[in-house]
Design a protein around this ligand. Sequence first.
Ligand code: NAD
Length: 505
Amino acid sequence: MTDTSTAGRTVLQRRQDDAPTSGAEQAVPITVARGDGIGPEIMDATLRVLRAAGARIDPEFIDIGEAVYQRGHSAGIEPSAWESLRRTKVFLKAPITTPQGGGFKSLNVTVRKTLGLYANVRPCVAYAPFVPTRHPGMDVVIIRENEEDLYGGIEHRQTDDVVQCLKLISRPGCERLIRYAFEYARRNGRRKVTCFTKDNIMKLTDGLFHQVFDEVAADYPDLTAEHWIVDIGAAKLADTPETFDVIVTLNLYGDILSDVAAQIAGSVGLAGSANIGDEVAMFEAIHGSAPRRAGQDLANPSGLLLAAVMMLAHIGQGDIAARVHNAWLAAIESGAATYDIAAEGGPSLGTTAFADAVIQRLGQEPTTLTPVSYQRSSAPQAAPAARPVAAAATKAMDGVDVFLHHRDVTADDLAELLQRATDATWLKLQMITNRGVKVWPAGLPETFCTDHWRARFTAAWPGGASRSHVIDLLHRLDRAGLDFVKTEGLYSFDGRPGYSLGQGQ
Ligand code: NAD
């Protein structure tokens, strides 16, 4: 019955009962992975509901997860699976178990990045009074940037004491994600888009995201646009989530906040998500493989089923998406509940019986909860067009930041060493910081210092530095036995400094 795998090889195989559904419209090929733990049970339940609802889909199965990791594929996916994904461009994925220990790459991060799935869309909806929640009016969609930020995985140990992780934010990356969020809001009858950043601290990286948000918002005057600093915004989201509508944010903040939002809406077991790219889209529940619940017919299939609803809308089967979603809402309203959302002491259904309860209600709409509708045959939400790229800015070099590994030295002593070594260079020592705090000139003895120093060297006037000056400087530092571990050019773009002042602001 299941997809067949032989060592080192994934065999794509259609199961008998997954044969293409008949009907006037051609079935859409989709790639399906049944995953690990509770994955196979909730996937089977989900596909059974989709078939009963008349979904025009033609699933083909690939192997991912634990067994594939164990066969030596470090990202839990085999080369042959990419062929299916690139052909069908639609991936319905059950959760997998990530092996413990080093040497394994996250399957999700690999799939997102390899296929350019730049937007992660996660609706977090309360179903009060049928699923207990403190926030009965909550209906928030979090749209998270999916490829950039600290998730680039570019990390280095630079000294005995200090490691770093590089946060990369690009203008095109911000723009297509933010434009997607506004398009999503418009298309789904939403009224407000809220941006969360920490641009009071990270003025260049988060500042770029905020700036692009403001630029894109100007193209959507029909929608309200607002910005919150992420810490107070997160507090407000946890306290009064009903005041938010669509939230768009960077990768790390979105990762954390979308779990918080799903949990306070009722249960992480209820939320589905979509990962959208220009070509391919992936749909999955937000929870993991819950290995302790596996094989007991206990797990809640709702998160995956609601992800499949998003998939149906994405492939232009809005009629079936609404049919499944409304039947699910009607089932929830009737008291159908798996153990995780059942009222305390109340009866609960297993995975199979819960899916049956949804199937029995196909064609019905909820009466207390709000029924949903999707456009009948909307084309997949296309990648929003970006603005034409602005002409390249005039870039000039003002100096260089040199990062040094030096133990057991004071800031004043280090300044003396650096000045002696670079006495005859064009670039002059302007400042030393330690973990971003200025320690020379005029540092305070109270400042705790590590073995990781940044020395800023600048030319006598803005734009007066060159790569040759930097090379000359580094030669001299090397000859003086100073251990520089990294450099960052100080560039201005059209006369505006492209670097922070670096005084722990
Ligand atoms: P988890 O989400 O799998 O489970 C946490 C707990 O939540 C479970 O013990 C269970 O009580 C409950 N739960 C989760 N889903 C449920 C459902 N559908 N029905 C009923 N109860 C449910 O998180 P975890 O235990 O931290 O992770 C288990 C494995 O899943 C790990 O290997 C982790 O790496 C992996 N994981 C995979 C994905 C993915 O594939 N997208 C996402 C998260 C975690």
